[in-house]
Design a protein around this ligand. Structure first.
Ligand SMILES: Cc1cc2nc3c(=O)[nH]c(=O)nc-3n(C[C@H](O)[C@H](O)[C@H](O)COP(=O)(O)OP(=O)(O)OC[C@H]3O[C@@H](n4cnc5c(N)ncnc54)[C@H](O)[C@@H]3O)c2cc1C
Length: 316
């Protein structure tokens, strides 16, 4: 059992969790941040962040390291562990018990900032090429492929929107989808048809990714004929879905039908007092750095206010 008890335990050291740490720690609370990989979350997968205000061109890794240092400078403690479950206290004001793979921790309040994981194809080479031609985010990384040939893999709204956006800046966009029709909305399908630089490879799956330092081509297999062909590309955008990351904390927060946490305006759980959610794992429309850190500031402040209330003080 971990000796030290904390005011606030934050699960997940992505941009939302680390921002929450800054806000709770600056409000004078003892803060533990628990991360199962290295701090930074999804953003470490991008070479350059162009749309975060006031830091044009910053690399994802530098952004994450700067944020971590900022949280540590306010005395937030970072711990490497993967949290499997959290027990709620029998009565409000008692400690939550947090069960990790390596240890147990105790805290008076919890911030879940476990984010998302992008669904991957599951091919050899894939992990190595993420951030080196393979991207999960056309809005973030599309500009790096201006005038180049790219492919989008998927058939839902995200794939269709990504393909339409990329068609405005890239030389060509090849959309590859495993079914004979798109899952996404007809309006998006129609919008995509307006572009004459979009090629369609339907009823096909990507079976191989080629490239050493950067992606160079994909091998595509026709589901009906079994025939394969190689498509040369400079970039591949995967839009085959995202899955909320982390363990099942549904005992603490209401989860919607897609697995996202539902919280109120102050990022508080409607189920259990003292539990807050920040970032991409929350039910919302826009999932970007700006919205993750906005959530982090709200959840971090809300958790601090909750601790003050437990201590009979009002948070200002
Ligand atoms: C390739 C790529 C490029 C992007 N580029 C941009 C961009 O240029 N601009 C922009 O605004 N946005 C960009 N985004 C989106 C942005 O990265 C996310 O919106 C943001 O990271 C969300 O932050 P988060 O903290 O909510 O979640 P995440 O970043 O997903 O972080 C969650 C963290 O929680 C950890 N975790 C999960 N479960 C557990 C557990 N059980 N125990 C312990 N730790 C756990 C994870 O390991 C992870 O580190 C990009 C995303 C990707 C994938």
């Amino acid at each position: 059992m971990s000796a030290k008890k904390y005011d606030v335990a934050i699960i997940g050291a992505g941009p939302a969790g680390m921002t929450a740490a800054i806000y709770s720690a600056r409000a004078g609370k003892s803060v533990l941040v628990i991360e199962k990989k290295s701090p930074g979350g999804q953003i470490v997968n991008t070479l350059e962040v162009d749309n975060y205000p006031a830091t044009p061109g910053i690399s994802g890794v530098k952004y994450a390291m700067t944020l971590q240092k900022q949280a540590q400078d306010f005395d937030a403690v970072f711990q490497f562990d993967e949290i499997k479950s959290i027990d709620e206290p029998k009565k409000e004001g008692d400690y939550f018990v947090i069960h990790g793979k390596n240890d147990e921790y105790e805290a008076l309040s919890i911030i879940l900032s476990t984010g998302l994981e992008n669904r991957k194809i599951g091919l050899e080479n894939e992990d190595k090429l993420v951030g080196h031609g393979i991207s999960f985010c056309a809005a973030c990384d599309g500009a790096f492929f201006k005038g180049k040939d790219v492919a989008v893999y998927g058939g839902g709204n995200t794939a269709l929107e990504d393909a339409s956006y990329l068609a405005t800046i890239c030389k060509s966009v090849t959309i590859i989808h495993r079914r004979d029709r798109f899952r996404g909305e007809q309006a998006l399908v129609d919008a995509l048809k307006k572009y004459d630089n979009v090629n369609y490879i339907m009823e096909s799956t990507i079976v191989e990714l080629k490239g050493d330092k950067l992606i160079e081509s994909v091998v595509v297999k026709d589901k009906n004929t079994g025939e394969t062909k190689e498509v040369k590309i400079n970039g591949l955008f995967l839009a085959i879905g995202q899955i909320p990351s982390g363990a099942d904390f549904a005992n603490l927060v209401k989860v919607d039908e897609r697995g996202y946490y539902e919280v109120d305006e102050s990022c508080a759980s409607k189920l259990v007092a003292g539990v807050f959610v920040a970032g991409d794992g929350r039910s919302k429309k826009i999932r970007q750095l700006t919205t993750a850190v906005a959530d982090g500031s709200v959840a971090g402040s809300s958790a601090a206010a909750y601790i003050d209330r437990l201590n009979g003080r009002e948070y200002v």
